[in-house]
Design a protein around this ligand. Sequence first.
Ligand SMILES: Cc1ncc(COP(=O)(O)O)c(C=O)c1O
Length: 442
Amino acid sequence: MTTKINGYGDDLTVNGIRIGDLSPLAHEKIEKKMGGLNYKPLENVVVSHVQDSSTLICRKPDNNDVNKYVEEELLDGLCCYSAVNQGQLNKSIVDAVIHHLSVEKLPTVPRSIRHKYMSAFLMAATSITNMDRVVPKVAGVEAPELMFKLARRWAYVKKGVPSNEAIIVAAKGNFHGRTMTAISLSDDKESKEDFGPFLPGIELVPFNNYEALEEIFKEKGDKIAAFLAEPIQGEAGVIVPDEDYWPKVKRLCEKYNILLALDEVQTGFGRTGYNFAHQLYNVKPDIMGCGKAAGGGILPVSFVAGSDEVVSVLTPGSEGSTFGGYPLACVVSVYAIKALIDQNLAKNANIRGSQLMNHYNDIMLEFPDKIKEVRGKGLLTAFEMHNQPLLDGHKVSVNLLKKGIYAKETHHSTVRIAPALTIEAWQIDEMADGIRTIIKSL
Ligand SMILES: Cc1ncc(COP(=O)(O)O)c(C=O)c1O
């Protein structure tokens, strides 16, 4: 079979099938037939393109003919799980990419030869994170993955843990991604089923439970390399710990010479109202992992930033990847950091986050029988409904979609809203109006 490809956008045609001719149903059929069956996207909607930093144009079935579609605007309440904090097609990042590709002309070289943009990336990333060293990676999951490796090696080389006996402590309910290491850390049944055997040397403690952590540190502290956790658990439904949790944990880690390894893949880059969520609690991790918005919503970029003491345990041949820190990614990440600073994204997250939380609180006051709790920091927010069959997060997401708002449930009764940090006041009001109407109708 020959493979024929022509055209751009709607005219992109593969083996005679033009993308612009496909209805939402036709897209679904192709995905189900030819793709992995590892996602269950919202039905009857296909995103076509971006209108502005927080608005997507999507295609929904034409009421008169399911084989046709109509286009509608969708206010994006998720911004790709915080990968697009800087807003879709952030102009300064896009300009940098276009300039880089068309004028500077250095998309890709391997790490076995130096390129000049690596220095820019390292200077920008160490500066914004206030860390000594940074190691670039690609997908978000590679950040916790590398923290895991760094912590183990540090434990053997610096702490003196006997070979192959290091323990990593993680938090119940965590989400660190989908690799074998990440799912070995997880206690989510669905993500682990039939993928065993899992990595040894992992212990889980309840999140936001200082006493449980203290107990395991007391019992096994001489073999524990790190406590690896999200500062605020995102996928678990935006679980915000007590204000004194992280300061106490940091002191405990110091007492037992255990690394604090924070996964800021979702909470970083301004999301919680600070550049990084650990700043909310005035603690500094030994190592931290970033991803998602580290690539400005344009490219997958992740990295681990950390102290010289920990990151310097890496030696040539012990770590690396073809696209980790390639020239284009470095430029994108430098400009993702520049946008974070120049456009005051953390501050905007704070202001718009308070506005959204005020709306949530009003809605909860109005419907106390439906809304159980509202949670959030900055623009990482969620509302949790009482656990009843009718108060179904998926149903809320589907109904919000009908109102032109894109959000997604995290669990049966929790809906997370985490829009771009460039979102405007009127768009927050519009989102809250939509939520209020849907909650009322349940
Ligand atoms: C805290 C955290 N770590 C890691 C990941 C994995 O990132 P990716 O899906 O880009 O591999 C995620 C993704 O949601 C996350 O929220």
